[in-house]
Design a protein around this ligand. Structure first.
Ligand code: G3P
Ligand code: MG
Length: 240
């Protein structure tokens, strides 16, 4: 009987810091979170940049699609002021910036990299992410996830052992079959799936459930009782 779930900071400690910035990641580490979830998109010049949306409008002072800018151009933008004026000056990190930070800090944080390639197909994203993981020898600490099953299949073809979480929204009755087809190691789902019969079947079939985005502390007990492995939250300091 599982009586404990690991806590991952969703987009960093995004409840109190601008999501997907180094400030949010540092705060997540300081909170004692077990892991960090972040989102990766790709720039015009093929750089892996940490930002949730395909567009830069919501979380920076710029306008347009990530794919239409070079990283040098995106690096000029402010990615903190939209959240609170005290965070003005935060920038959009690259995945490599995060890896550099991760290896220099003495911590054992797990990093869940969500490949945001389900709306825009970023050619070559999978290879770039895997090569970078290899360069920094971070395989043991990384989970790759995506809503795009084809992309995850490609990841599995390219890398037989990297940890893969198949990401679903709501109750997907085919989730277990797709996860098996991908060769995934886990299913990343919402509370409704985790607490459903489908979630139970997935667990019985050996797929750990990692649940997003849980911001109501009261939900924790039921999820832990259901046997979920990870709870992803914007408020990891409350869940630890
Ligand atoms: O990876 C879990 C969760 O982040 C997926 O949804 O939209 O917050 O990236 P979203
Ligand atoms: Mg995400």
């Amino acid at each position: 009987m599982v009586s404990h779930a690991s806590i991952f900071a969703h987009r960093g400690l995004s409840g109190h810091y601008p999501e997907n910035t180094m400030a949010a990641f540092q705060a997540a580490m300081d909170s004692g979170a077990d892991g960090i979830e972040l989102d990766v998109q790709m720039t015009k010049d093929g750089q892996l940049v940490i930002i949730h949306d395909e567009r830069i409008d919501r979380t920076t002072d710029g306008n347009g699609y990530v794919k239409d800018f070079t990283y040098e151009e995106l690096n000029e933008l402010d990615a903190g002021g939209w959240f609170a004026s005290s965070f003005t000056g935060e920038s959009l990190p690259t995945l490599e910036n995060v890896f550099q930070w991760l290896v220099k800090e003495s911590n054992r944080l797990t990093l869940n990299i969500e490949l945001k390639n389900d709306i825009i197909h970023y050619e070559g994203m999978e290879e770039k992410v895997l090569n970078l993981i290899d360069d920094y020898q971070l395989e043991e600490r990384i989970i790759l996830s995506s809503f795009n099953a084809q992309s995850l299949k490609k990841v599995r073809e390219l890398h037989p052992t990297i940890s893969i979480g198949y990401l679903i929204a709501g109750i997907r009755t085919d989730a277990l079959a797709v996860a098996e087809d991908i060769g995934a190691d886990a299913i990343h789902c919402q509370e409704d799936f985790a607490l459903s019969n489908y979630g139970k079947k997935a667990l019985e079939a050996g797929f750990p459930l990692r649940v997003y985005t849980v911001n109501r502390y009261e939900a924790k007990a039921d999820l832990v009782a259901a046997g979920v492995e990870v709870i992803m939250t914007d408020y990891p300091e409350q869940f630890k």
